[in-house]
Design a protein around this ligand. Structure first.
Ligand SMILES: [Zn+2]
Ligand SMILES: [Zn+2]
Length: 130
């Protein structure tokens, strides 16, 4: 199966969230500032579409079912909430560098979310056709 690499940006400051220094499955992972149970720290999420591998420091104590607040690691603004997930946590929205957006649930262990495009050219760019 072809692996699609997600390069994403903060919707506020538009800086790239992929961290060249932290690779998951060989690709720069998406870095986020998060808050869980009053503790703040950085986590990394695989930038391969459909891959759910993460790097989470133990001190954040993120357990399955926890709802985690997500912030941009650069400007530290809260990432926008698009909608409620069916699990009643929040669906977070970030921008794809190629255009389009990525949404994901902020509950640990809930993999609901996806990628959407309003402009068909953006889909071509994401797929590497342009
Ligand atoms: Zn930002
Ligand atoms: Zn959810």
């Amino acid at each position: 199966m072809h692996q699609y690499y997600i390069e994403a940006r903060c919707p506020h400051c538009h800086k790239i969230l992929n961290d060249e220094e932290v690779l998951i499955k060989g690709k720069p992972a998406l870095k986020f500032l998060v808050e869980n149970k009053g503790k703040r720290g950085y986590i990394w999420i695989s930038a391969i579409y459909g891959d759910h591998e993460t790097i989470e420091p133990e001190e954040l104590n993120i357990l399955p079912g926890d709802v985690v607040r997500f912030f941009c690691p650069h400007c530290e603004k809260p990432l926008p909430i698009l909608d409620k997930c069916y699990c009643k946590a929040d669906l977070i929205k970030i921008e794809l560098s190629t255009g389009g957006e990525l949404k994901f649930c902020n509950r640990k262990g809930c993999y609901y979310g996806g990628i959407s495009f309003t402009n068909p050219d953006d889909l071509d760019k994401f797929l590497g056709l342009k």
